[in-house]
Design a protein around this ligand. Structure first.
Ligand code: IPD
Ligand code: CA
Ligand code: CA
Length: 270
């Protein structure tokens, strides 16, 4: 096993323990609203500090970009860990059992290793650049679905930044009409892992953050899928607008989404 993955797995499991231990026991007075519909609890912070502790002990020269504490390091590090300690905080706070720990490692800005851990099901998804993606010890692949007809897609609603809502609803309407179903499960990191594992045929969302995606992007690519922004370009990580599926279905989703992109949205991805 790759030493960096080994340490990332250790960090993800440590965070997973913090999360499962605290499920149903969060002190509501310690929940903070970061911005509209964006909550953080002491559990997010504790899980994040566990992860950072494990990673920094093993790799003191690496940089960190973590959701709750931001950037650490000199900004000149070749390796940077991109961390979402608890993806699906709203689910977690409501006891809705769908959330995960997401840890991605970038090398000179390119995804190098990925861990997504579902602490309730104890499912561990991993990927290493050039070595494929795994669920536990099994190699995973994106689906072979070639048409939207019969496809199951995942998505996330633009519930924080409501500038996107009309464009989003128009895409959703067309995709509901043309597919077998759409799921909004509430953890983008797990949604991406599920695309890699062939549990979803594709996924799209607008306005994600790098820590939601850093691990999932590599996982899907290593599982044979395509990850782009909504216009098919390479700005998904910068813009947070992501479209992913197997190679055939990706084009079909893009064709449905394209007519609904506003000038402003296109501008963000240009
Ligand atoms: C959120 C989840 C959700 C997605 C949001 C994310 P958080 O992450 O991934 O599925 O729709 O855009 O912000 O805040 O729970 O870490
Ligand atoms: Ca997140
Ligand atoms: Ca989070």
């Amino acid at each position: 096993m790759d030493p960096m993955l080994t340490i990332a797995i250790r960090a993800a499991r440590a965070a997973g323990e913090v999360i499962t231990r605290s499920l149903g026991r969060v002190d509501p007075r310690k929940i903070t609203v970061k911005s509209r519909n964006d909550f953080v609890s002491e559990v997010d912070r504790q899980a994040e500090s566990e992860i950072i502790y494990v990673l920094q002990k093993a790799f003191p020269g690496h940089g960190i970009l973590a959701e709750e504490t931001g950037r650490q390091g000199t900004r000149r590090e070749e390796y940077v860990w991109v961390i979402d300690p608890l993806d699906g905080t709203t689910n977690f706070l409501h006891g809705f059992p769908q959330f995960a720990v997401s840890i991605g490692l970038m090398y000179r800005g390119v995804p190098e290793a990925a861990v997504i851990y579902d602490p309730l099901r104890q499912e561990l998804f991993t990927a290493k650049r050039g070595s494929g993606a795994m669920l536990e010890n099994r190699r995973i692949r994106v689906t072979a679905q070639t048409t939207l007809h019969g496809a199951l897609l995942g998505t996330g609603f633009p519930f924080k930044d409501q500038r996107y809502i009309d464009a989003y609803l128009a895409m959703l309407k067309d995709l509901i009409r043309d597919t077998a179903g759409i799921r909004r499960a509430g953890s983008a990191a797990l949604d991406l892992a599920y695309v890699a594992a062939g549990r979803l045929d594709g996924f799209w969302e607008m306005g994600l953050q790098p820590w939601d995606m850093a691990a999932g992007v590599l996982m899907i690519r290593e599982a044979g899928g395509i990850v782009t922004d909504l216009v098919g370009g390479d700005r998904a990580m910068e813009t947070g607008h992501v479209l992913t599926a197997n190679p055939k279905l990706h084009q079909a989703m893009r064709d449905i989404i394209a007519p609904h992109l506003t000038e402003a949205l296109r501008g963000e991805m240009a």
